[in-house]
Each structure stands twice: as structure tokens, then as C-alpha cells.
Write a protein that binds this ligand. Structure first.
Ligand SMILES: Cc1cc2nc3c(=O)[nH]c(=O)nc-3n(C[C@H](O)[C@H](O)[C@H](O)COP(=O)(O)O)c2cc1C
Length: 222
């Protein structure tokens, strides 16, 4: 089974978006190898996943009380229309994730963390007992206005990459099956006080582009 689930979460839907440009490049390359049939796209900014609610939590708690409930048996635990609605929103999203061999995520750094649209999708798909990702490959393409690497003033302030690594490994993705491709200093071309970092920004973007274009993400897929 080879299926790519491509998610974008940048609120900026114009072609200025670095993550959108890079995920599109990744997806084009993937489709040139595997074809378009098994390709799914979700724009979490244009078509946001609704936030979870009381009905989701109550159905989830009932499921949790039972231990691990197989996905197709959760429906039998539904007690009212609100829970039926919550499950009707949730189940297809979980099935889509489970069916994917690769999950590609465009994830800009927002306020030292991930965009709310992406977190809302994560909260929705993480229904108690439902998610086991096993051999899934995860590719996160992230972009940030500043820089957070070793020796920078804000080293350690990036709560997005460590969070996503912890999240996906907790649900079974092998550490060597999660890749992060980062373009940093994307604001250097815009913000005057970062102008002296433009060379570094260009280099970072060029490295991210060549990483995607060279298919370094896809060792497991051939
Ligand atoms: C709401 C918001 C919050 C941001 N917070 C940060 C931040 O905490 N650190 C940072 O380095 N850049 C931050 N930025 C800059 C973005 O990370 C940067 O512009 C990135 O390239 C956006 O991704 P995109 O080009 O795909 O839209 C923020 C931008 C926005 C719109």
C-alpha cells in the first residue's frame, strides 16, 4: 500500500508560503514516482477540521473505559446525535491517516509552536485507542522566520519539532521514519533588522529545496 496524505497548515495560502511551496514540490515528485491515484490533499487552513467538543470527549471516555476498541466498533458506543455527529467527523479522518504510507505535513512555526489548524487535526485524529501508525513515514516541512539551531539566541525555543517527534513516535512511528526539513530565517528578506541574515536564509531555503528535490526523504519508498 502506497498512499500519500499531504497536509498544509500555513494560514498564508498565497505563493509566499514557504511550507506550501515545499510541500507542493514534495507532492509533485511523489506523484511523478507513484501516480496520483493514491494521493490525498487536505488544506487545514482553507478547510479547517472542527475542534473537538463534549460529544467527542464523552464518546472517547466511553471507548477508553472499554480498553482499546477497534475503530469499526466505536459506533456501537454512541449514545446520542451529538456523538454520532462527532464520530461522523472523526472516523473518516482517522481512516485516511491509517491508510497512508506517508504523511506529509507543511508546518510553519507559529509562536514557537505549531499552527492551531494542525493541532486541531491532531486532537481530532487522536481518538482513544484508534491510532496505531506502525510503518507510516512522516515528513514534516517546516519554516520559521527566525533561527533556533545550536548557538543561536533562541536555541531551545522551538516547541514544534520536538513536539511533533514525540507525538508521532508515541503513536508508533519509528524515529528513523520521521524526517524534518526546515527552511529558517524566512523573514530575513522582509524584516530590516534581519537583513544581515539574508545569505543564511537563502542557503537554508536552497538546502530545503534540494533535500526535497533529491528525494532524501524517500529512502524507504525507492
Ligand atoms: C502567527 C504567526 C506566528 C509566528 N511565530 C513565529 C515564531 O514564533 N518564530 C519564528 O521564527 N517565526 C514565526 N513566524 C514566522 C513564520 O514562521 C514564517 O513566516 C514562516 O515562513 C511561515 O510559514 P509559511 O511561509 O509557510 O507561511 C510567525 C508567523 C505567523 C503568521
Amino acid at each position: 500500500m502506497t498512499m500519500l496524505l499531504h497536509l498544509d497548515s500555513s494560514a498564508n495560502r498565497s505563493d509566499e508560503s514557504v511550507t506550501r511551496r515545499l510541500t507542493a514540490l514534495f507532492a509533485d515528485r511523489w506523484r511523478s514516482i507513484h501516480g496520483s491515484t493514491e494521493y490525498r490533499y487536505r488544506d487545514l487552513a482553507a478547510d479547517p477540521v472542527p475542534p473537538i467538543d463534549t460529544a467527542y470527549c464523552q464518546l472517547g471516555r466511553r471507548s477508553e473505559r472499554e480498553g482499546v476498541v477497534p475503530l469499526d466498533l466505536v459506533g456501537a458506543l454512541i449514545e446520542n446525535d451529538a456523538e454520532a455527529d462527532a464520530w461522523a467527523l472523526t472516523e473518516p479522518l482517522i481512516n485516511e491517516v491509517i491508510a497512508s504510507s506517508t504523511i506529509l505535513i507543511g508546518a510553519p512555526l507559529y509562536n514557537f509552536s505549531l499552527p492551531a489548524a494542525l493541532k486541531t487535526w491532531i486532537d481530532r485524529i487522536t481518538f482513544p485507542g484508534a491510532l496505531a501508525l506502525g510503518d507510516t513515514e512522516v515528513v514534516v516541512i517546516t519554516s520559521r522566520g527566525g533561527a533556533y539551531g545550536p548557538g543561536t539566541p533562541r536555541e531551545g525555543w522551538d516547541y514544534e519539532v520536538p513536539y511533533l517527534r514525540a507525538y508521532f513516535t508515541n503513536y508508533g512511528v519509528r524515529d528513523d521514519n520521521i524526517r524534518f526539513i526546515t527552511a529558517e530565517l524566512s523573514l530575513a528578506g522582509l524584516v530590516p533588522h534581519l537583513a544581515h541574515l539574508r545569505g543564511l536564509a537563502e542557503r537554508s531555503l536552497a538546502e530545503a529545496v534540494s533535500c526535497v528535490a533529491a528525494g532524501q526523504y524517500a529512502a524507504a519508498q525507492g
